[in-house]
Design a protein around this ligand. Structure first.
Ligand SMILES: C[S@@+](CC[C@H](N)C(=O)[O-])C[C@H]1O[C@@H](n2cnc3c(N)ncnc32)[C@H](O)[C@@H]1O
Length: 244
């Protein structure tokens, strides 16, 4: 009962918050190719966080890099509402939140509109039948490639060994260059890219003793003209609230 009431409050917040793009707001359908003019009112680089949850990481990066714009993407409206509230209360104007399934991401960004993508602590989906739902499966890499600038950068952070090894294989199959990675970010030279910001799941898993895996690369698909695979519209999770 309390949870349902809290969710209603989050959804009411989202409905009136300018930094949350979700249906049925007209801007939700119109923002593709217009993030600079319509939302951020500048032409700073755009960074997208995939599966941002409550948005801590987008907000953290937005604070460290005021000269970039950040868009946290997640299907769960109540989680986005927490990030939105936090950004509004802190007066942060270079962070916004987009409610959509990642499968539909190309409906919101023109080809080459995005400078960087962070995939932060995606669900490992370790069952074999769930492989295609991993957010680093080649079919998702293809979507990321289609919205990234030519020299755009993909970053991944995860606690999961299996998801990390899977992603390295997935990137090899898809095609990438300038790949750098570490199985223990905090003990690595690449820790300069940590920026002192932990996502919610990063905090949880690090405290449980998991090392944080990190990689970055540019996507260079081997088969650029292959048709998009089907099944992109499958359900995200059984408990996701529907997107209207
Ligand atoms: C394990 S949580 C990680 C949240 C956050 N990045 C962090 O590190 O704390 C994964 C998030 O990805 C979102 N997610 C998973 N699959 C998604 C999809 N296909 N489209 C949109 N969001 C998705 C979930 O709703 C959830 O909030």
């Amino acid at each position: 009962m309390v949870v349902a009431r809290q969710k209603r409050q989050f959804f009411a917040h989202n409905a009136q918050a300018d930094n949350v793009l979700e249906p049925p707001k007209p801007i939700y359908q119109e923002i593709k190719g217009q993030w600079d003019e319509r939302l951020f009112k500048n032409d700073n680089p755009i960074v997208v966080e995939i599966g941002c949850g409550k948005g801590e990481y987008s907000i953290g990066l937005g604070t460290v890099f005021p000269e970039k714009n950040f868009i946290g993407v997640d299907v769960k409206g109540d989680r986005l509402a927490r990030g939105s509230r936090k950004a509004i209360n802190a007066g942060i104007t270079n962070v916004a939140f987009l409610r959509t399934k990642v499968q539909d991401i190309t409906q919101f960004f023109e080809p080459g509109e995005v400078d960087e993508i962070w995939v932060t602590f995606p669900d490992p989906r370790s069952r074999n039948r769930d492989i295609r739902r991993r957010l680093t499966h080649p079919r998702f890499l293809r979507l990321y490639h289609s919205i990234l600038k030519q020299d755009g950068i993909l970053h991944l952070k995860t606690d999961s060994d299996s998801l990390f090894e899977y992603t390295l294989e997935s990137l090899e199959a898809f095609g990438c260059e300038n790949l750098v990675y570490t199985h223990d970010l905090y003990q690595s030279d690449l820790n300069v890219r940590h920026y002192g910001i932990k996502t919610h799941f990063e905090t949880l898993f690090y405290e449980q003793g998991f090392s944080i895996k990190y990689l970055s690369c540019q996507l260079t698909p081997k088969l650029t003209d292959a048709p998009l695979e089907d099944e992109l519209d499958e359900e995200v999770t059984s408990d996701s609230e529907s997107i209207l």
